[in-house]
Design a protein around this ligand. Sequence first.
Ligand code: ADP
Ligand code: GN1
Ligand code: MG
Length: 361
Amino acid sequence: MDQEILRAVRAFDLPEGDIQAESHGNGHINRTYRITISGDSGRYILQWINQHVFHHPDQVQENILAVTSHLRKKIQADGGDPERETLRVIPAKDGKPYYYDGKGNWWRIFPYIANTSSRDLPDTTALFEECGRAFGRFQRRLNDFPAASLYETIPNFHNTPWRLEQLENAARKDPEGRLKDIKEELAFCLKRAEWTGKLTEGLAAGKLPLRVTHNDTKLNNVLLDRETGRAICVVDLDTVMPGLMAYDYGEAIRTGASLAPEDERDLSKVQLSMDLVKAYTRGFLAETGSEMVEAEICSLPWGARMMALENGMRFLTDDLEGDRYFAIHRKRHNLDRARAQLTLVKRMEERWDEMLEALET
Ligand code: ADP
Ligand code: GN1
Ligand code: MG
């Protein structure tokens, strides 16, 4: 096994024993391993934090420690089980919430939450409604957390007008000579420039309140209990930062209410399921509806459209720049992803009235 993994596990405050590591999960950013230690009944999730994406991994870990400590208290007060319902940061032997090896590698470790799995696409509307409840609960339990105390782990993360500027810059430079293949997709994005500021402007005008948000509410960031199917724990807390409710609603709809994978090449399969949209909305609003101001509720469908466009633009930018950000598994993978996401934008536009009506369900 990779010596770096062994060294990393040994840096944490864990029982001694023979270490086994297996790759785990489907993320595009960090590297995740499931760890077992002989003689210890527990298992662990070890993650290498991508420093190219998170420039201050220590700040990421400080955020996660603060947020999970807050969540633990709320879960206890609700009569829940904090060991299953939130992540727990295991400290390194030097007491820090991470291990840095001095050579550019940052690591963290959490207990593995047993008998759970995650899905890239929802199997049923009931499951997706459950996920809506889980992200809604996460949001509700953090509504009294001091947002200003959190580090902004990725500046401009959901600043969609800025994402569009990045795309235009990449197109101007065209470092890999790929612009010729993406002219149509670029034009699609530019045509939507006027509404990319809809959420950021709502925030600046004081109409949309700033909250503590997850910001990466992909379906596979919810752990589901294998026996009951219940959504029990929200993971992937790297991007928990101040943000807008519409981001968390929107990113979930983007990834969970589409009937095709994020990188589907057959664009006729990229369809929006209104049953899934309604199911998620029901679950999310059941937990958060009473917390939100009217303008915020109205902004939710825009969040979905914005997240689909924003991800489409990010994938397109990464394709132009030679695939430096998102891990790819085939040639022009980011272009496939971009095409699927922009198709999803189109589907949302076609069914816009229904998306607005879904708020009433
Ligand atoms: P990435 O940022 O690369 O998406 P995640 O933190 O989401 O990484 O982890 C990848 C996958 O590992 C998740 O989708 C989930 O299925 C699983 N996972 C993460 N943390 C845990 C945990 N503590 N217990 C069990 N499974 C986990
Ligand atoms: C990344 O880490 P993962 O795979 O959950 C990305 C998200 C994108 C997503 C697209 C920190 O999420 O913003 O929406 O890929 N995370 C970061 O699949 O950039
Ligand atoms: Mg993830």
